[in-house]
Design a protein around this ligand. Structure first.
Ligand code: DON
Length: 309
């Protein structure tokens, strides 16, 4: 595929995606997120040939939100090991909203997976005694190939003053013996990771690192543990789009992770990383235009994991 073809496909995806921004709404349960312009939209592709293609708002900063769950999981796997991470957490899709705590108090009491809030707070909880926020920030900058990533203090403050549900989840996790480290510290660290500001370009860079099994796309330096990358991509495929994960896997077929800031991170097997910014969300909390643009791209470029030639 020529460079102009790829650029054309992204421009087409953007025009098509714009049709959907009207139908979605910015997240409003965190007041600072509600201030975003819902018509913003951008898509960036980073290919294994080290080419970057961008259309729309790909340099606008927005917060990682739930996409940070991928980073926390990778770090926990690297620092604590697979056995420890999944000793008190499952790896099954939940079928419930990302901030649900209904089933956490039932059944075997374990969070369903590390991509929902309960699982991610537990994951960060394992890490707080091992590493500090600066190290998590550095790791995030490295894997996103973006040294400009910083904490968005306004989003962090806004979120911390509206986190009753997450606080309830965290204390429930403590009561079950799943969260053993300091509850408030774990909650703050989880929220800090959600409040890191990225761009669609940073997400495309991260996607390419994941697509390449954890290697830096230009230097070949190992940035992430290979086995952690395999686990993370599998869980993104089955659980990355919350209770919309099943349909998204059928329609798009790419390991992906969304965040309520409007970002989507997608990985096309060994070929490319894709980053989206589109803060108008559907009812499940996924970027509505982003979802449609990824479906378009997946079809056009035959990216679906199970696409037949
Ligand atoms: O825990 C929260 O409420 C947010 N900071 C992150 C959640 C999120 O991104 C869910 N996404 N769709």
């Amino acid at each position: 595929m020529s460079m102009t073809d790829m650029q054309k496909i992204l421009e087409e995806a953007l025009v098509m995606g714009k049709e959907y921004t009207r139908q979605g709404e910015c997240a409003s349960y965190i007041p600072e997120l509600g201030r975003a312009d819902k018509h913003r939209l951008g898509i960036c592709v980073y290919t294994r040939e080290q080419k970057k293609f961008s259309a729309g708002d790909t340099k606008t900063r927005f917060t990682l939100q739930s996409i940070s769950k991928v980073i926390s999981l990778a770090m926990a796997l690297e620092h604590c090991g697979f056995e420890k991470v999944f000793e008190k957490m499952n790896m099954e899709p939940s079928g419930d909203a990302f901030n649900s705590l209904i089933k956490l108090d039932l059944a075997d009491n374990k969070p369903f997976n590390p991509m929902i809030n309960a699982g991610a707070i537990a994951t960060v909880g394992y890490l707080v005694s091992e590493i500090n926020f600066e190290e998590m920030l550095e790791y995030t900058r490295r894997v996103c190939l973006d040294q400009e990533i910083t904490l968005d203090q306004r989003v962090f403050d806004s979120e911390m003053s509206h986190c009753s549900r997450n606080r309830a989840i965290a204390y429930l996790l403590q009561s079950k013996g799943i969260l053993e480290n300091d509850v408030e510290e774990s909650l703050e660290q989880y929220t800090r990771m959600c409040s890191l500001s990225v761009t669609a370009e940073s997400l495309a860079g991260f996607g390419m690192v994941l697509a390449g099994g954890g290697l830096h796309p230009t230097t070949g330096q190992r940035l992430m543990d290979k086995s952690a990358v395999q686990v993370v991509k599998t869980i993104m495929l089955t659980c990355g789009m919350y209770d919309g994960s099943g349909e998204f896997a059928v329609r798009v077929g790419l390991p992906s992770k969304s965040g309520v800031g409007g970002g989507i991170l997608s990985v096309a097997k060994q070929r490319m990383g894709i980053g989206i910014y589109g803060p108008a969300l559907d009812e499940k909390g996924n970027s509505i235009a982003g979802r449609h643009m990824l479906e378009y791209l997946s079809q056009k470029l035959k990216l679906h994991l199970f696409a037949e030639d």
